[in-house]
Design a protein around this ligand. Structure first.
Ligand code: ATP
Ligand code: MG
Length: 312
């Protein structure tokens, strides 16, 4: 039986403008609600691959919450650690793409049900049961989730489990307290999954080679660097593997990194070689961008295997 994977963090719905333009200052059409939240997309991908998994989070007692819970449960995620909070509202994000590909958001996350977490017996049980924890920077940067995230690392590590970490943070979100917490998490990280320039949030190095070596020397065993439409690279002591991205028509880039991460962690925990995990994760990321909606492009193993034939 494979090791059970746990993640902690935000669950929200995404509502996407169907026309491009600058924001929401006029009446306009939307499509959604789509189930979303980076850790939710990650764990949905893990569940779809058949790896036992669970999430700790909160949603409101509303249809946006039910939509997310139904999706995660259908995709084999244990939702016992997701509280449906009476009288509260599920997180949401309205998104509109501009012509140049950049995005404008209206968020309701910090003040929504997923903005804080409280311990309960189901959560306690998951902390005892799970053997791998995947953390994202957003859980650390949120004051209401931060304590639970740090506690979960201790719990998983004290049972001999492993930790993967995807920073999913931009430089402008950094504060001194967050920096200290990130350093503490990094010191416990077995598998680090930064994307692009996030690599440089954790080192003074100015070039990729030096940054990777510094992080490996700090005790992280494996690093997978996501490079968007330029593919991805795997690094460990004395090892490096690269994959070029598959050529696909990008419909919606949101969720690529989380689908990639969910696939990589799932194969990695189930005994695949790093090359094999990278091979499948690279397909999961490519497939994710061909679907509109952040969680719509998570894949089963069969879908990953068939994708390259279909995409050609
Ligand atoms: P996110 O927006 O979900 O946080 P990220 O920045 O963490 O994404 P990316 O590097 O954008 O992660 O994407 C993860 C992986 O998905 C890439 O390394 C690549 O394998 C695949 N991928 C992403 N975009 C594309 C694309 N346009 N074409 C093909 N593959 C892609
Ligand atoms: Mg990311």
């Amino acid at each position: 039986m494979s090791q059970k994977v746990l993640t902690i963090g935000e669950i929200l719905v995404e509502i996407v403008a169907t026309t491009k333009g600058n924001g929401f200052l006029e009446i306009q059409p939307f499509i959604g609600p789509f189930p979303s939240g980076a850790p939710a997309i990650f764990i949905d991908q893990v569940g779809k691959l058949g790896t036992p998994c669970a999430m700790i989070s909160r949603v409101g007692d509303d249809d946006f919450g039910r939509l997310n819970l139904n999706r995660l449960a259908a995709d084999h995620v244990d939702i016992s650690g997701i509280v449906m909070a009476k009288g509260e509202t599920t997180g949401s994000a309205f998104i509109r793409y501009r012509e140049d590909g950049s995005r404008k958001f209206v968020f309701n996350i910090a003040n929504s049900a997923c903005g804080k977490l409280e311990e309960n017996s189901e959560i306690e049980q998951l902390l005892q049961q799970c053997r791998h924890l995947h953390l994202m920077g957003t859980a650390l940067s949120s004051p209401g989730l931060n304590k639970m995230a740090l506690k979960a690392i201790q719990a998983i590590k004290s049972h001999g489990g492993t930790v993967s970490f995807d920073p999913n943070l931009r430089a402008e979100m950094m504060t001194p307290t967050l920096h200290a917490d990130l350093d503490a998490v990094l010191a416990q990280t077995d598998l680090f999954l930064p994307s692009g320039d996030e690599l440089f949030l954790f080192t003074r190095a100015k070039d990729e080679h030096t940054a990777i070596n510094e992080l490996l020397n700090r005790g992280i065993r494996e690093i997978v660097l996501k490079r968007g439409h330029q593919g991805a690279s795997y690094f460990a002591e004395g090892k490096r593997f690269d994959v070029a991205a598959h050529s696909v028509t990008e419909l919606d880039p949101t969720g690529a990194g989380d689908s990639f991460g969910g696939a990589f962690v799932s194969f990695w925990l189930n005994g695949s070689s790093p090359q094999e995990a990278l091979y499948y994760a690279n397909i999961a990321g490519a497939r994710a961008v061909t679907f509109l909606g952040p969680m719509e492009g998570t894949s089963t193993r069969v879908e990953l295997e068939q994708f390259l034939n279909v995409a050609k």
